[in-house]
Unconditional design. Structure first.
Length: 69
């Protein structure tokens, strides 16, 4: 059981047809990633749950920026 307002750090499945995290959990969460391309190609958890995810981009100025994928 996952409680509200908790942090769940997961690497998740590495194949598009594998899923380690529940789809309902994924869709009710805020998901961040470092690679949009890898998620759409490799991450079964993201592909199968059809979750909206956010991209972390690290710039040379050492500031984090967040953008929706």
């Amino acid at each position: 059981m996952i409680v509200c307002r908790c942090l769940l750090a997961a690497i998740a499945a590495c194949r598009p047809d594998w899923q380690e995290l529940d789809s309902e959990l994924m869709r009710s969460s805020v998901v961040y990633t470092d690679s949009r391309e890898a998620c759409l190609k490799e991450s079964g958890d993201i592909i199968l749950s059809e979750v909206i995810f956010y991209l972390f981009a690290y710039f040379q100025s050492k500031n984090w920026a967040i953008g929706c994928c």
